[in-house]
Design a protein around this ligand. Structure first.
Ligand SMILES: Cc1cc2nc3c(=O)[nH]c(=O)nc-3n(C[C@H](O)[C@H](O)[C@H](O)COP(=O)(O)OP(=O)(O)OC[C@H]3O[C@@H](n4cnc5c(N)ncnc54)[C@H](O)[C@@H]3O)c2cc1C
Ligand SMILES: *[C@@H]1O[C@H](CO)[C@@H](O)[C@H](O)[C@H]1NC(C)=O
Ligand SMILES: *[C@@H]1O[C@H](CO)[C@@H](O)[C@H](O)[C@H]1NC(C)=O
Ligand SMILES: *[C@@H]1O[C@H](CO)[C@@H](O)[C@H](O)[C@H]1NC(C)=O
Ligand SMILES: *[C@@H]1O[C@H](CO)[C@@H](O)[C@H](O)[C@H]1NC(C)=O
Ligand SMILES: *[C@@H]1O[C@H](CO)[C@@H](O)[C@H](O)[C@H]1NC(C)=O
Ligand SMILES: *[C@@H]1O[C@H](CO)[C@@H](O)[C@H](O)[C@H]1NC(C)=O
Ligand SMILES: *[C@@H]1O[C@H](CO)[C@@H](O)[C@H](O)[C@H]1NC(C)=O
Ligand SMILES: *[C@@H]1O[C@H](CO)[C@@H](O)[C@H](O)[C@H]1NC(C)=O
Ligand SMILES: *[C@@H]1O[C@H](CO)[C@@H](O)[C@H](O)[C@H]1NC(C)=O
Ligand SMILES: *[C@@H]1O[C@H](CO)[C@@H](O)[C@H](O)[C@H]1NC(C)=O
Ligand SMILES: *[C@@H]1O[C@H](CO)[C@@H](O)[C@H](O)[C@H]1NC(C)=O
Ligand SMILES: *[C@@H]1O[C@H](CO)[C@@H](O)[C@H](O)[C@H]1NC(C)=O
Length: 639
């Protein structure tokens, strides 16, 4: 949808030799790989898979093989330079190949089935297809949810060892954190912020060192409307407006993602091998010789080009293909809903009907505003050569700074109570209770989720509506030349919709059928609508807005707002829950050691295991979960 990006990147390319580099050769030859019997075969060299690969191969006696469907692209400017990612928050809509998101060389480019709640519209689902996975193409928001949500994993959803306090050391283990260089209105120097971050991890975490003219007025406006600036959102209370961390190297200004963090430094390990452009098509199973042990995975089949290979795993097959691809691979291998598998002619080896169910994702809706004359935003990069030259000089400087290193800098995850008045709150709560009363629960897990979510909502314990500011136009509407905008989007952090992802074909190269069921719940719709109404009030009070652009001033009544919202929803690309961690009898797919019930040696370590969504972007949690998973695997095998 963004039309200006191309022109901007042409300008950029002229100055920065920004180009899509040719992929590097696969680090390991496929034939050589297939001739090795590994202790662990990891499916998917993405965010979680590379954490497992590097941590397990720390022990030189343990061999680890990784298969990744995408290319290996170390040192690729398109990945590394933050400004080339694409329209922040929802690059999903971009079809521009000079962007990262939406580019088939980096992105699987999935899309949902038509959504009833969106008048039949479909949602684009970008997913990383490159060594580094989605961490290579995402928006670099580095955020944690509130402690009470992780605690539910252990208490309500009955997973021993999975609480906020047990994850906190792993959040820190991932990070090489640097403190914020700029102070926002209302922000206090808070030593507890440094105390909950790590300094010795592999992912560089820092903060923007450049602000446009819109961030400070927006935070001041939020403060005036009763929303505090949160000086430490990472210690268990994530509500309020804050200065957002990002996974960017503060020295070079480059994206710090899973490949340079967890793979490239370890390429020389003789016990770690990775084949890129290798699509895993099937997990191979044998019956265990030990009674009651279930099926044993012996290895996997994979294709490179037109050639098919088989590789053996001695100890385990570890699935890290992501929440939308891990269920597909299991189903193709005969593990899943037996009725569905039979209907496609696949012999079911294990009936595990919750695989691919329980899909949860954060819907986002958008608005933008034209700014007053003289308000500097990133739109300057599209029409002001002097600004571009300055930005380029800033980025080439050490440390890198300025407009080209910008990623979304302020974020406001707010309780619903903070953005509506008491009568609006009561009527939305009444609507929720009405919907819940008629609800039939397919699993006890879902019933427990909904009970917990209703309480968190009603008591205002966690953020429900997240406001993200993007200091440029072109995300939701077509910008006018030489004009500046601020795009302000609203994300619903705990939707009540549940969706699914399943195969519809025995072809392993076919896309899975993805259905997030966005806005199937009227409650979800009302929450987003109230969020956008609040955003208009907040921007109107900020002093920087010349005109409501999308939606324009003609949208005023609740009915008009609702209709606008149903036509303007996307995904923040945080799908999870499709192989949920919980006891099997309540609807779980993996146990608290992340092993799939009924299989003796297959684990899932990607975002699919999150039982319940979070009031934050999920990447830092994916890394933390993977670090914890690596320790669990090591302990289980005493390695
Ligand atoms: C466009 C976009 C923007 C996002 N923005 C943010 C953000 O700003 N902040 C944030 O916190 N989160 C963000 N996220 C979410 C976050 O990036 C993901 O949740 C996280 O990276 C998922 O990690 P994963 O290990 O589960 O899967 P992935 O990192 O996606 O890894 C899965 C890997 O498996 C590979 N694979 C899949 N199937 C096969 C197969 N059959 N054979 C071989 N390989 C296979 C894939 O190619 C991929 O490399 C965003 C995601 C996207 C896509
Ligand atoms: C690796 O194996 C050798 C020989 O068995 C043993 O001495 C050594 O302690 C092992 N190393 C690790 C890290 O387990
Ligand atoms: C993190 O920063 C250090 C120091 O600049 C650098 O050497 C390293 O490559 C960076 N790592 C990643 C993953 O960006
Ligand atoms: C396991 O044994 C059963 C019963 O003998 C058989 O039907 C099935 O095909 C076997 N499964 C595998 C993967 O060998
Ligand atoms: C795969 O096979 C087809 C048909 O045999 C051929 O045209 C194509 O070039 C092959 N591709 C590769 C990557 O070998
Ligand atoms: C299993 O698949 C069948 C056929 O698609 C479907 O009717 C049934 O609801 C599914 N079961 C679950 C638990 O989703
Ligand atoms: C263009 O950018 C330069 C450098 O930042 C700035 O001084 C100038 O005012 C900008 N021009 C316009 C028209 O905004
Ligand atoms: C360049 O950096 C200077 C100094 O930090 C800053 O004042 C200026 O706004 C930056 N301009 C751009 C376009 O990045
Ligand atoms: C709450 O806000 C709505 C919408 O702005 C307004 O119509 C209503 O009068 C307000 N109610 C109270 C009690 O302030
Ligand atoms: C989070 O912090 C805000 C502001 O200090 C406070 O009002 C709120 O009660 C806190 N939430 C929780 C759950 O502690
Ligand atoms: C935008 O501004 C530039 C520089 O001031 C000017 O040359 C160009 O004609 C303007 N474009 C439009 C469409 O107004
Ligand atoms: C599933 O496959 C069938 C047969 O190819 C097709 O008719 C149907 O449209 C597909 N459904 C989806 C949701 O892709
Ligand atoms: C916008 O602000 C003006 C002046 O402060 C006020 O009259 C108007 O009601 C506000 N509009 C909205 C939608 O808040």
């Amino acid at each position: 949808m963004r039309t200006t990006t191309k022109a901007f990147l042409t300008l950029l390319a002229a100055h920065l030799t920004l180009a899509q580099t040719q992929p590097a050769p696969s680090p390991t030859d496929a034939t050589d790989f297939a001739e090795t019997t590994f202790d662990f075969v990891v499916v998917g060299g993405g965010t979680s898979g590379l954490v497992l690969a590097s941590r397990l191969s720390e022990n030189p006696n343990i061999t680890v093989g990784v298969l990744e469907a995408g290319d290996y692209r170390p040192g690729d400017d398109l990945i590394l330079i933050p400004a080339s990612t694409g329209p922040a928050v929802l690059g999903a809509n971009s079809q521009d190949q000079s962007n990262l998101q939406g580019n088939p060389n980096y992105d699987w480019k999935f899309k949902s089935v038509p959504q009833t709640g969106l008048n039949g519209g479909t949602i684009l689902y970008p997913r990383g297809k490159v060594v580094g996975g989605s961490s290579a193409i995402n928006t670099m928001i580095w955020q944690r949810a509130s402690s009470v949500e992780y605690d539910l994993w252990e208490s309500a959803f009955q997973n021993p060892g999975w609480s906020w306090s047990s994850l906190l050391p792993y959040f820190a283990k991932v990070e090489n954190w640097s403190p914020p260089p700029i102070v926002l209105p209302g922000q206090e120097a808070d030593p507890s912020l440094a105390a909950v971050h790590g300094k010795t991890g592999y992912v560089n975490v820092s903060y923007n060192n450049f602000m446009t003219d819109v961030e400070v007025p927006i935070v001041k406006s939020a403060n005036a409307l009763g929303i505090r600036t949160n000086s430490n959102p990472d210690a268990g209370n994530g509500t309020g407006f804050y200065y957002m961390a990002r996974n960017v190297n503060p020295v070079t200004g480059f994206r710090s993602y899973a490949s340079p963090a967890y793979f490239e430094p370890f390429v020389g390990r003789p016990n770690l091998k990775l084949v890129s452009e290798a699509l895993v098509t099937k997990i191979n199973f044998a019956n265990s010789t030990v009674e009651g042990k279930g099926l044993v995975a012996t290895g996997v089949d994979f294709t490179v080009g037109n050639q098919t290979f088989t590789v053996k795993a001695n100890k385990e097959v570890i699935l890290a293909a992501g929440s939308l691809k891990t269920p597909q691979l299991l189903e193709l291998s005969g593990v899943g809903n037996a009725t569905l598998l039979k209907s496609l002619g696949i012999e079911p080896l294990l009936d595990s009907p919750q695989i691919g169910e329980n899909l949860q994702d954060h819907p986002v809706t958008y608005s933008d505003f034209q700014t007053k004359d003289g308000v500097v935003t990133l739109d300057q990069l599209t029409f002001n050569e002097t600004f571009v030259a300055e930005a380029k000089a800033n980025f080439s400087h050490t440390p890198a700074h300025g407009a080209l290193s910008y990623t979304d800098a302020i974020i406001g995850p707010n309780t619903f109570q903070a953005v509506v008045n008491a009568s609006q709150f009561n009527s939305v709560l009444a609507l929720l209770d009405k919907e819940l009363k008629g609800r039939k629960y397919p699993t006890e897990l879902q019933q427990l989720q909904f009970t917990a979510a209703r309480e968190l909502f009603a008591e205002g314990k966690i953020a429900w509506i997240e406001v993200v500011n993007v200091p440029e136009g072109g995300v939701v509407s077509v910008p006018t030349a030489n004009t500046s905008y601020v795009t302000t989007v609203v994300i619903q952090l705990h939707p009540f919709a549940r969706g699914s992802v399943h195969i519809n074909s025995t072809d392993p190269t076919a896309a899975p059928v993805i259905n997030p069921n966005f806005l199937a719940s009227e409650f979800d719709t009302q929450v987003l609508t109230h969020g956008l109404q609040f955003v208009r009030k907040m921007l109107n009070n900020s002093g920087i807005v010349a005109e409501y652009h999308a939606p324009d001033n003609t949208v005023q009544t609740d009915a008009q707002w609702e209709s606008y919202v149903r036509g303007h929803v996307g995904s923040t690309a945080h799908p999870l829950g499709t192989t949920a961690m919980a006891p099997q009898h309540i609807g779980g797919v993996v146990d608290s050691h992340l092993k799939i019930y009924g299989l003796s040696n297959v684990r899932v370590v990607d975002a699919g295991i999150f039982p319940f969504t979070l009031s934050a972007a999920i990447m830092s949690s994916v890394y933390a979960v993977a670090e914890k998973a690596a320790d669990i695997v090591k302990a289980d095998w005493k390695i």
